[in-house]
Design a protein around this ligand. Structure first.
Ligand code: F6R
Length: 604
């Protein structure tokens, strides 16, 4: 979703701004713009809809600028047109904004009465006019930004420059992150670390209701009372080389192929011979997990699907009861927290607005503690959560999540094993199964040519059904999500037993039905459900092992390696990821940046 990047330096910065914006591309956007202090400090702005490269032909206008702000916009209020593209301008002031201003209509009518003229349909433009309005009264940018923030309802990360106060970038944030990067003769402001790590690893995250003023030589952070805050500088662990294609055609493909190494690395770090290593979720967490009786999982999208698998695992192997809620629902529900309940949020980015506000709500409830399972160390979620587990899967650039999902599943498997420690030999048996995952993933990659062939059968379809039972049901949900996200084919997932309660009406010889059928105690039941599909001549595609495949000669079977039931969800999703990838390639969609979607969903 929208991204902000700004630099104040002693040297020209226009090329660096463009490069920084490209680093934010993965978040999803549909237009982009840059403003800076030009000759005699007058503001110069360039904007373009579509890809960032469309700014290149206008870049000459920014030649020589040393302080500037830039923005990628993912349309919420108002279409992706030039007039709605940030930065917005009001008098001598330019602003960029991430988030949503909930009271923008009231503010707009107030400002219109004060003769401010609105040029866009966005909620964001009110910010620019408000700063201008308050600056005209106080002639002080700090006061103007604080008064503006006091008037705003909703979430914002905003950056502003003023022609009257050159070489300085002002910012404020609430509910949407801002990170400040610190270097010797340049300082940076950004929505996340990705563009900053190209220049420096030193950063200071801003907290809600904080304000900042940066120049090439100084970073000042202050609160609503203008009290200067002394905040420690942190050192980022992000490696800038991780975000390149390394010979793959798409990030999604690269990330699918990274899964084996990531999981093997996690095994080396966290798994002992017969036990999970002590306190991997943080100091004294084994003791805490020993006493936990309930878990509330909260997440969105793919991360939510991971929580559904975790619920299945934990309830199957322990007496701990779990709920798994979509974050956008959790926030608005009455939540009953029983004693000894742990809150677990799961998020790749750690910046998903719904998940963050759910965690904020949870922090006010009587949970034993809050645990965030996340892939981004310097994220808002990890800063707020009581306990953290960093997956260290490396930056996930493709909008469609793959390696984050299997890393989340792996982490949740570790959690399950630790909780199961209370019961006899369960942890030891789980560890033996966990150790097999890497080798089994290797076998899955060999299936790619076959999957590629099968993808042809989906290319011209408009609808697909995915079926699963037990822990394979969330895998069906995730596989359906992958297919619809990147190939734009409608896909629905069902518990296989639910088919006869309605969806079976959709099945005829044109309907592809994909089924995840591991060889376990549920297989017999799923086979009966599949018989219902076959009787209606649906086109079945079954992911199963050799033994079951033997009796299914008449349908398309994708033979999976034999594996312990515990690790089925981690293994079965990988060929499904490859299937979606190849269908999308055949449909010539933008695999890594599917239409209408954003990588970091920073609005509620
Ligand atoms: C799907 C996908 C999304 C995210 C969801 C939550 O491929 O990536 O469904 O899983 O937006 O994002 P995070 O995990 O960053 O909180």
């Amino acid at each position: 979703m929208c991204g902000i990047f700004g630099i104040s330096s002693t040297k020209p910065i226009s090329n660096q701004l463009i490069k920084g914006l490209s680093k934010l591309e993965y978040r999803g956007y549909d237009s982009a713009g840059i403003s800076g202090h030009g000759i005699k400090n007058q503001l110069v702005t360039i904007k373009a809809t579509g890809p960032i490269k469309n700014l290149n032909s206008k870049l000459y206008k920014l030649q020589g600028i040393t302080t500037g702000i830039s923005h990628t916009r993912w349309a919420t209020h108002g279409q992706p047109t030039l007039k709605n593209t940030h930065p917005h301008l009001s008098g001598d002031i330019c602003t960029v904004h991430n988030g949503i201003i909930e009271n923008y209509m009231d503010l707009k009518s107030y400002l219109k009465k004060k003769s401010f003229v609105f040029k866009s349909d966005t909620d964001s433009e009110v910010i620019c006019h408000l700063i201008n309005y308050y600056f005209s009264k106080s002639a002080n940018m700090q006061s103007a930004i604080i008064s503006t923030a006091n008037s705003l309802e909703g979430s914002y990360a905003l950056a502003a420059i003023n022609a009257q106060t050159p070489h300085t970038i002002y910012s404020a944030c609430k509910g949407s992150p801002i990170i400040l990067g610190k270097d010797v003769s340049s300082n940076y402001i950004s929505s996340d670390m990705t563009p900053i790590v190209d220049h420096t690893k030193n950063y200071i995250p801003m907290d809600d209701n904080e304000f900042s003023e940066i120049s090439s030589s100084d970073i000042k952070i202050f609160n609503k009372n203008k009290r200067v805050l002394s905040k420690p500088t942190k050192v980022s662990k992000i490696n800038k080389n991780q975000a390149s294609l390394m010979g793959h055609k798409h990030f999604m493909h690269k990330e699918i192929y990274e899964q084996k190494a990531i999981i093997e690395d996690m095994i080396n770090r966290y798994v002992g011979k017969n036990k999970i290593l002590p306190n991997i979720f943080g100091h004294s967490t084994d003791k805490l997990l020993e006493d936990i009786k309930h878990i509330h999982f909260v997440a969105c999208g793919t991360s939510y699907h991971a929580s559904l698998v975790a619920k299945d695992w934990i309830e199957q192997f322990t007496t701990v009861t779990c709920t798994a809620e979509v974050a956008s629902e959790y926030k608005y529900k009455k939540i009953n927290v029983l004693p000894d309940t742990l809150f677990v949020s799961i998020s790749q980015s750690g910046e998903t607005a719904d998940t963050i506000s759910s965690l904020k709500k949870a922090l006010k409830l009587k949970y034993t503690n809050t645990l965030a399972i996340c892939n981004v160390a310097e994220s808002t979620l990890t800063r707020l959560s009581g306990m953290n587990f960093l997956m260290n899967a490396g930056p996930e650039i493709s909008v469609a999540s793959t390696k984050a999902f299997t890393s989340q599943l792996f982490t949740l498997l570790l959690l399950t094993a630790i909780i199961s420690r209370r019961y006899d030999n369960t942890e030891k048996r789980m560890v033996q199964d966990i150790r097999k995952i890497g080798k089994k993933i290797e076998e899955l990659y060999e299936m790619e040519p076959e999957i590629k062939k099968i993808s042809t059968k989906f290319k011209n379809k408009e609808h697909t059904l995915f079926l699963g039972k037990g822990a394979s049901y969330p895998i069906a949900l995730e596989a359906a999500l992958k297919l619809k996200e990147i190939s734009y084919i409608h896909a629905s997932a069902y518990h296989s037993g639910e088919l006869k309660h309605g969806p079976l009406a959709l099945v005829d010889r044109r309907m592809p039905v994909v089924c995840f059928l591991p060889d376990n105690h549920l297989a017999r039941l799923v086979l009966s459900n599949l018989a219902e599909v076959e009787a209606r001549q649906g086109q079945t595609f079954i992911f199963t092992n050799k033994k079951i495949a033997k009796n299914k000669k008449q349908v398309k079977v994708i033979k999976m390696p034999d594996c312990p039931d515990l690790i089925v969800p981690i293994l079965y999703i990988i060929p499904a990821q490859l299937l979606s990838y190849h269908v999308a390639i055949k449909k010539k969609t933008d695999v890594d940046k599917p239409r209408n979607l954003a990588k970091s969903v920073t609005v509620e």
